[in-house]
Design a protein around this ligand. Structure first.
Ligand code: HXC
Length: 512
């Protein structure tokens, strides 16, 4: 056969994956194929495939008769918004996207290329886990990937989209990466599926309930984004990449921005005077940041803290903010873990941090203590202490107790600490404080109610304001809320060349 004809024939074969019938089944489930996903994700005509003629080497169970070019994963590189990315996209039509020895080798090859060339790695996962027919070589293949994920962590951004059922080994590689995105109703993540669960624990549970997008977006926090369909998922990946640099030596892209009137009068009205009245911190974020620039991460998990990316005068920032409209913005186990992981990502990839504080403290109770609020709260504390990127804090209202220290206080390395005029920086709220320190005096008084009120007013006068902290330099400036945006634009510009060297060490030991 003519060599060119043979090549064309082989290339056509690679496009067919596991064959037309299986492609049709994939479409019937509302899923795209591995190649269709790549087409939507990458800039037109930018994809260059690597390893399309690879086949598996298995000869057990008659496998030598079932060979598919590419062996269930499409790998290569291309561009998104003109920036290079490396990509693997698992093909469920070939042995359920399961991972063979050679499938793993293909993924490892492009992971190595992404590392040596300093560009993000994107995995589109749709895999039934280890290729059962191959046994230990498949397990070894997974471990080769986990090892590379870990080596690459903090060096290049790693994004994992879950676009089908992902079981066993197929979930642990995503778990090591920086961000997981799941598709609602068609993607699942579990270490063992419903059948195994039933056998071992006698629990009856559906795939959706055990490991669907909603479960992982709300209950476990495993996924950072829950997307309504595959296209939405791919669009999220593209958007996410606009906020982050190519690697840890690089800076995030700056978008052109011309300064205009940056005063935001609405900020004077958004925050209730009373310390216990809820409000939505998202509204504050929307006023402070560039229009429509807030990309919230972990939106429906631990809602008492908000984290996400935004831009301020075109510059990418990471935001961590207490959310007074959920559990009064208290810090608990899940919100501490969520905040800490986000802070560490931003720090690893040179993204400055903005921290908005309105926090009543840590959540008390046996549930929290027995599940380790001490260790978990310390994660957030550690993450802020360790971060060397520009770090700015704005206290919008309360900053009580240990949570004041934790939420990027001056003492743990914040570069700039602003407070609104009604900010309260104290060990605790006035009433709680007075009931402890003046307990005997109040009880002995002829009119305990009046005495309590007097003492509360006295304590509030002394501590429920930002001036004590400002007098000591813990707050750099007390600002008119309407001027927050311009203050932040100037401060982030001033800090753009910040250098902060950490003491020499192998690595720290964050309380995991
Ligand atoms: C080989 C597999 C496979 C696998 C699926 N297939 N999983 N082939 N190895 N792991 C094949 C099927 O035989 C079938 O082939 C095709 O893929 C589609 O599978 P279906 O079962 O028909 O699809 P569906 O009903 O959508 O169910 C998908 C699924 C299910 C939920 C993923 O197939 C499943 O439970 N698979 C096994 C999952 C699993 O236990 N994996 C091993 C985990 S252990 P045909 O020819 O019919 O198209 C593991 C260890 C690593 O990963 C641990 C590291 C820490």
């Amino acid at each position: 056969m003519n060599k060119q004809v043979l090549l064309n024939q082989k290339i056509a074969e690679t496009k067919k994956g596991g064959g037309d019938k299986r492609i049709e089944q994939q479409h019937k489930k509302g899923k795209l194929t591995a190649r269709e996903r790549i087409d939507i994700l990458l800039d037109p005509n930018s994809f260059e495939e690597i390893g399309q003629f690879v086949t598996h080497r298995s000869t057990d169970f008659g496998m030598e008769k079932e060979l598919y070019l590419g062996d269930g994963v499409v790998t290569g590189y291309g561009t998104i918004h003109g920036r290079i990315v490396y990509i693997f996209s698992q093909d469920f039509t070939v042995f359920g996207g399961s991972l063979s020895e050679t499938h793993a080798e293909k993924i490892c090859k492009i992971m190595d290329m992404a590392m040596s060339n300093g560009a993000p790695l994107i995995g589109l996962n749709d895999s039934g886990g280890a290729r059962i027919q191959e046994g230990v070589v498949s397990l070894g293949g997974y471990a080769d990937i986990f090892y590379r994920n870990t080596r690459a962590s903090g060096v290049i951004p790693q994004l994992s989209a879950i676009m089908g059922p992902c079981a066993g080994g197929a979930v642990y590689s995503p778990a090591i990466t920086d961000f997981i995105l799941m598709v609602e109703q068609s993607s699942y993540m579990f270490v063992t599926g419903p059948n195994v669960v039933k056998t071992v624990t006698h629990e009856e549970v559906s795939s959706e309930s055990l490991g669907g997008a909603e479960t992982h977006a709300t209950k476990s926090g495993v996924t950072h984004f829950s997307c309504i369909n595959e296209v939405d998922c791919i669009n999220h990946i593209k958007k996410l990449l606009t906020y982050i640099p190519q690697n840890c030596e690089d800076q995030a892209p700056n978008y052109p921005y011309e300064l205009g009137n940056e005063t935001r009068e609405k900020l004077n009205k958004l925050i209730p005077e009373q310390a216990n009245m809820p409000y939505d911190m998202r509204e504050v974020i929307h006023e402070i940041c560039d229009t429509e620039s807030f990309l919230e991460v972990h939106k429906n998990y631990a809602e008492n803290i908000l984290v996400g990316f935004a831009r301020i005068a075109g510059r990418s920032i990471g935001i961590v903010a207490n959310q007074p409209s959920s559990l009064a913005g208290v810090l608990d186990i899940n919100s501490s873990k969520k905040g800490a992981r986000f802070v560490r990502f931003c720090d690893a990839f040179n993204i400055p941090l903005l921290v908005l504080v309105d926090v009543p403290g840590f959540l008390p109770g046996t549930d929290q203590e027995w599940n380790g609020i001490i260790t978990n709260g310390a994660k957030l504390l550690y993450a802020f202490c360790e971060a060397t990127v520009p770090k700015i804090t704005v206290i919008t209202r309360k900053a009580y107790g240990g949570a004041y220290d934790v939420m990027n206080s001056k003492h743990i390395g914040a570069d700039f600490n602003f407070a609104f005029p009604n900010a309260e920086i104290a060990v605790m709220g006035s009433k709680g404080a007075v009931e402890i320190i003046f307990k005997k005096e109040i009880e002995a008084s002829e009119n305990p109610v009046q005495k309590l009120e007097e003492k509360v007013a006295e304590y509030a006068e002394k501590f429920a304001n930002p001036y004590g902290a400002a007098a000591r330099g813990f707050i750099d400036e007390i600002i008119d809320p309407a001027s927050t945006r311009i203050k932040l634009i100037k401060a982030f510009t001033m800090l753009q060349n910040k250098v902060c060297n950490m003491p020499r060490k192998k690595h720290g030991n964050i309380p995991l």
